[in-house]
Write a protein that binds this ligand. Structure first.
Ligand code: 0WD
Length: 256
């Protein structure tokens, strides 16, 4: 029996089979969790439906996290399938392309800052708030995805680095807020992986090659490896861990 047997998990952030959220869904499904999925817009709907079918789920709901009404409607619809759930996976980020290339200040605008923080950090708290009544008292867990460009300066990551720093603080404040309700909140800081979101970051291929050549394990990580850690962090095996950032990056972050 898998270590997530009997758990229900809501997966937010599948855009393709390469998405980190796909790797997480795969690991959670393998470990026995029942899954539900959201999609950002009609363009992504069929891909997410494919994922759901592959993972034995028929719960596929629209949710653009930029819209409060869509978040509310998504939880209302989810409530018609499930009376509660145990796991929330947040694997969503966005910043306007011109703000994630070249010089930090040259590409920075108030609008880019606002969008990056809204979609990449606020959305975690918004989804957690909406989930609170359904996750209440169930020994549940929330996991989100962050990157080293939050605590450190990484070329081209720019305003997304600010948003990830906010996201990591968000994880700590949410952990403190939801701990008394029985919900743990953690982040995984993943090494570079070639996905749709990564393709938007200028110089991504160089970043990936550099990480592969210098990380202690001399390679990059896979969505399967990130998925396994997410499944662990959201399982009862990790019942003593909350408010943490766990690196899944082949050891890259320890380098000076
Ligand atoms: O190297 C990487 N790929 C890393 C990614 C290293 C470390 C962290 N991460 C993080 C990302 O910052 C993000 O938080 O992992 C998370 C997932 O990213 P991913 O799997 O790399 O990328 P992708 O497959 O593109 O999924 C992210 C999805 C969006 O995809 P697109 O490419 O269409 O922007 O986030 C979703 C969307 O599906 N998303 C939204 N969902 C709902 N509402 C919204 C929105 N407004 N905006 C983006």
């Amino acid at each position: 029996m898998g270590f997530l047997h009997g758990k229900r998990a809501l997966i937010v952030g599948i855009a393709s089979q390469r998405s980190i959220a796909w790797g997480i869904a795969n690991a959670m499904h393998r470990e026995g969790a029942q899954l539900a999925f959201t999609y950002q817009n009609d363009k992504l709907k069929s891909r997410v439906e494919e994922a759901a079918a592959e993972f034995g789920s028929n719960i596929v709901l629209p949710c653009d996290v930029a819209e409060d009404a869509q978040i509310d409607a998504m939880y209302e619809a989810l409530g018609r399938h499930w009376d509660g759930f145990d796991i929330l996976v947040h694997s969503v980020a966005f910043a306007p392309r011109e703000a994630i290339q070249g010089d930090f200040l040259d590409g920075l605008t108030r609008e880019a800052f606002t969008i990056a923080h809204d979609i990449s950090s606020y959305s975690l708290a918004a989804l957690a708030k909406g989930a609170r009544p359904m996750m209440q008292g169930r020994a549940g867990a929330i996991v989100t995805l962050t990157y080293l460009g939050g605590p450190r300066v990484v070329a081209n990551y720019n305003v997304m680095g600010l948003a990830k720093a906010s996201l990591e603080a968000n994880v700590r404040y949410l952990a403190a807020s939801l701990g008394p309700h029985g919900t743990r909140v953690n982040a995984i800081s993943a090494g570079p992986i070639k996905t749709l979101a990564a393709a938007g970051i200028s110089g991504f291929r160089k970043m990936l090659e550099y990480a592969e050549n210098t990380a202690p394990l001399r390679r990059s990580v896979t969505i399967e490896e990130v998925g396994n850690v997410a499944a662990f962090l959201c399982s009862d095996l990790a019942s003593g861990i909350t408010g943490e950032v766990t690196y899944v990056d082949a050891g890259y972050n320890i380098l000076g």
